[in-house]
Structure formats: C-alpha cells, structure tokens
Design a binder for this molecule. Sequence first.
Ligand code: PHE
Length: 361
Amino acid sequence: MSTGYPDLDGLLPRLEAIPALAAEALEAEEIAVLGRKAGALTAALKWVATLPIEERKRYGAAVNQLKARFEAAFGARRASLDTERERRERAGIDLTMPGRHRWVGAEHPVTRVVDDIIEIFRGIGFTVAVGPEVETEWYNFLALNFPADHPAMDMHDTLYLDAPPAEGEPSGRLLLRTHTSPVQIRTLLASPPPVRVVIPGMVYRNDAFDASHSPAFHQIEGLAVDEGISFVDLKATLTHFAQRFFSPSTRTRFRPSFFPFTEPSAEMDVECQLCHGSGCPACKGTGWMEILGCGMVHPAVLENCNLDSEKYTGWAFGMGPHRIAMLRYGIPDIRLLLEGDMRFLAQLAPGGQADRRAGGQ
Ligand code: PHE
C-alpha cells in the first residue's frame, strides 16, 4: 500500500511470538514495539494525530486495540517468566542442610512462681499493687516504724543513691528499696481499708552474690487491713496459700520473730518438700524450710498512714520467690536463677525434664 499508513497487520506475527520469548528478548521486543521513541506502535499512534477526523477515529481505534493486546501479552509473559525463576530458585534449596534452630521461649521459673503465687491470692480476693524501686528513707524505713537511729537500718545494708531527694520531698535520702514493705504504706495512704493486696517487685541489698544471696532479688508482699482482722486470719490464709502452692497435705509452722513493722511477728516454715519432714541435707535435717516473714501490722504503721489503729487491724507477709522456686525445683544455688544460662533454664521450661519432676503441667 502506498497510503503511508504503518502496517498494523505486519505486527501480528510478532504479537504471537511473545509467549515464547526469553527474558532478555522480551525486554528488547517490548522496547521495539512500545518504546516511546522508536516503537513500531508508537509510530502508528503518532501517525493517527495527522489524520482527518473520520480516519482518525477508525484507524486510532485499531491502533489502540492492538496496543492493548501487546501490553497484555508482554505482561503475561513477564509473569510466567517470574514464576519459572522462582521455581528454579526454590529447586536450588539444599534439603540436606541442617535446619535453622528456632528457640521456643518460655517464662523464667521465677516469673512462673510469682504468677502462681499471685493467682492463688487473686482467688481469695486480693488485688495486685506495685510501687517504685527507688524509694525514700521515710517509705522504706521510718513509716514502717524503724526508729531513725535503729541498727535495723544498717541490718538491711541499704544501697543509697547520691542523687538528692526531689524538690519538696521531705522524706529523706533516696535509696534502692530493701523490701517491698514500703508499698504497704503507699497502698494504705492511697486507699482506705478494706485493703487486700499482693505486691510483687524487685528489691536491692548490699549483699554478696553467692549460693544463697544476691544483691537484687524478687519479693512478694501481702497486706490485709480491715476491721476485726486477727492472727487467725494470717495463719489460715498463709496455710491455705502453702497448701495450694505446694500440695494439699503440706504442713506449716509459725515461729516467733521480729520486724519493726509487725507485732507480733513470725517466720512461716513449710514442711521440707524434698524429705516431707523426715530431715535431709536440703532442710539441714530439720524437716522444715522457712519461706516467709509475717505478722500483725504494727499500730504505729497504721497511724503513720492516718488510720485509726483502734478501729483497724491487719496482717502482712513478705516472701522471696527465688527461695520458693529453689524449693519447688530443688535448685541448690540462687545464681542459677539469675544468670540466664539457657542450658539450665531450658530444663525448667514447661515440659522440660525438671519441670516434669516438679509436677508442672
Ligand atoms: N519486709 C520483710 C523482709 O524483707 C518481710 C516482711 C514483710 C515481714 C511483711 C513481715 C511483714 O524481710
């Protein structure tokens, strides 16, 4: 034809050839047909603009239709080449290579003990309270009835902070709390009785790091304050706790003790979980293991919290979940619970050998 029209029909064999093109040829062909400068169809499109209106419609529609078919064919071929490449890459995987080890995380045994303890107290109406780890002398000692010059304040071997107390804070030097008992004060000041709370948290003492001591460890405090609370409530509740936590037949005993913030004060022992009372090296032959300190909240503590000690009474306890985890799992050295050694911890994870021995689910 001498019309000068670009030959659209002549492009059809090229359209049909697209599904067989390899990646590089496909790219070159796409440029040759649709390329903005020298593409064969682009030339036809440019030609359309020069035609009179009627011609332009007819011929323009044909060019556009062909362009759409080319675009679809290029797209489809590109997609199938991609899948082919992926399949080849996948085939390159060496199935004989060792797999990547995936760690399955588990709660730390001390976290589990803390949660179990909280759950038992939650079941009998206690809620959870928390307080700051940096405390003042007033909350940590004085409000808890430690006299300012009493050697008990050294007894705790406190870690004091160099930082001065905050502006307008009359309650003395800053320190790392040596026990969770200051949260008793914070709780009673914040909400009037009836109060029944357990208080988990870290505490700090200037202690050596050895088989039975650590300068940082967990405590769980308990506090119940209401009208008409007596030592009977303390004994019954803590014995209920021990029997839920260890086993229903676990026996407890209370020995007189001293804390400035409780009167009378006691230490609670549970029957040794290893020998069940007959005496073994773990309980130094006594058949008992000490798990917590407790007592009736001292009237001076209630008064320091602006409560009428004639009207209200209460009891409190403090225990160390590390000690209890050691008892539950038969762990001889507290450092094992603080060093994060996976070879050790994996044995205590749910389903691990030591967990099964301790009757874990
Ligand atoms: N705070 C005491 C300690 O750390 C434990 C305790 C708490 C004793 C509450 C009695 C009542 O040793």
